[in-house]
Ligand binder design. Structure first.
Ligand code: URA
Length: 446
């Protein structure tokens, strides 16, 4: 770090000053090499959390994180490569459906996804609920599957944006996740490294998102798009609602089952919730427009719907699972997937309408049930989770089931009571009607 010490950089940011490109570069290099210890890294994270960063600083941070590791060269793979990334929510299993769907519509989708972060779930954890599914492919395997199948979904390797790998884990346990420059650096360093040509961002807003209000989410979306463009990546963002879980399932295996049902044109868990499918079609149409497969959004929607309905998206999903080592028989017959046998239904005690669901609390409850991690080294219990029978705006009667809960199999009855009480604290039922919240709040931040 030459004669600029880590303490100097931390102090400068703590005082609200603007860091230079070389100060940011040096600090990130120090984090990557291990020269800068975690306590100094987290001190800078907290200073950035409170003092923010300018656009130029955020560009420098993102570039430094990108350059901390390797970059895939996908230029030898034919086809237009477009990826999608969500800023994180609860029950957000869109990537599992969208990647194969976009391939069925004519794109290539190179996807580097994350594990759970804070209360939010991660695509990699969900896919690992499929026995044998390998999310740690070598770069050669990743490219081969991308070429042959059209999509491969992998986790971050130690060679791709290693600075983010470290910072992501530190942010997760130091309350520094919901911070615009840190989220931007984290997402875009990975996406630039994976070699995609275009990126659609699903920026979540609401009580289950890292950005809880529209203004903060819009700021995040705009910064993401501006920084991506400055670094040469074609990028668009949508703002979408996260004031309740997306779809009806929350929990790793349950979310895989729900995704399979959508891919097969079946009704997931006999439910009528359509938000998951609607959002997937919307984002797919955005990707198709960006990749110039279609000229108009409406044509993209039609194509995406057709490829879901004719089974071609499902076929791509099967091929991806097979190519990544997953047990295809377990997705053909999802009853083979790991799922808890300890199932309870939690019912309403009153008549009325669901006014609100504290979505973050639901994500935290899943972690409490082993479906997410409290510490980085924790092994996930894939089979726990929730199937929501009622969502915001639904009418409820006494004794009607609100949620079917897949509990950890080895907990005490006392613990079950505690979880149940926690669940009921996160749901508000009131006498007056409530409209279901609007799903897509802004479709086009470019
Ligand atoms: N997804 C990421 O990859 N990083 C973040 O910081 C938030 C969501």
């Amino acid at each position: 770090m030459s004669n600029i010490t880590p303490a100097f950089v931390i102090e400068k940011k703590r005082n609200g000053d603007v860091l230079s490109d070389s100060e940011i570069q040096g600090f990130i290099q120090g984090i990557t090499s291990g020269e800068i210890p975690d306590y100094q890294a987290t001190a800078l994270l907290m200073a950035i959390f409170f003092k923010g960063m300018t656009l130029d600083e955020t560009v420098s941070l993102t570039r430094a994180m990108l350059e901390s590791g390797d970059r895939f060269d996908l230029s030898g793979i034919p086809g237009v490569k477009i990826d999608k990334h969500s800023t994180g929510g609860v029950g957000d299993k869109v990537s599992l459906i969208l990647a194969p769907l976009a391939v069925a519509c004519g794109l290539k989708v190179p996807m580097m996804a994350g594990r759970g972060l804070g209360h939010s779930g991660g695509t990699i954890d969900k896919l690992e609920a499929i026995p044998g599914f390998n999310t740690a492919l070598s770069p050669e395997e990743f490219k081969r599957i991308l070429k042959d199948v059209g999509t491969a979904i992998i986790g971050q390797t130690s060679k791709i944006a290693p600075a983010d790998k470290k910072l992501y884990a530190l942010r997760d346990v130091t309350a520094t996740v919901p911070c615009v420059p840190l989220i931007v650096g984290s997402i875009l360093s990975k996406k630039l490294a994976e070699g995609t040509e275009g990126l659609i961002l699903d920026v979540k807003v609401g009580n289950g998102a890292f950005m809880q209000n529209l203004g903060a989410a819009r700021k995040l979306a705009k910064t993401l798009v501006q920084v991506a463009k400055k670094l040469g990546l074609n990028c668009r963002a949508a703002l979408t609602q996260m004031d309740q879980p997306l779809g009806c399932a929350v929990g790793n295996t349950l979310e895989v089952i729900e995704s399979i049902a959508v891919l097969r044109n079946e009704k997931p868990f006999d439910s009528s919730c359509i938000d998951l499918k609607e959002l997937t079609i919307h984002l797919c149409a955005q990707m198709l427009e960006m990749g110039r497969i279609v000229k108009k959004h409406q044509d993209g929607r039609k194509l995406a719907l057709a490829k879901l309905q004719d089974g071609s998206a499902w076929e791509v999903f099967r091929q991806m699972v097979k190519a990544q080592g997953g047990l295809v028989s377990s997705i053909d017959d999802p009853s083979q997937l790991p799922i808890s046998k300890r199932i309870v239904e939690w019912k309403s005690s009153k008549k009325g309408y669901i006014k609100s669901i504290n979505t973050k609390a639901i994500g935290e409850l899943l972690i409490e049930m082993g479906g997410g991690r409290k510490v980085t080294s924790q092994k996930i219990d894939f089979g726990t989770g929730f199937v929501f029978k009622k969502k915001v705006g639904s009418s409820v009667s006494p004794k009607e089931t609100l949620v079917i809960t897949y509990l950890p199999e080895n907990i005490s009855d006392g613990k079950v009571k505690e979880l149940e009480a926690q669940f009921f604290r996160s749901i508000v039922i009131s006498a007056g009607r409530h409209a279901a919240p609007k799903l897509i709040l802004d479709a086009g931040i470019k």
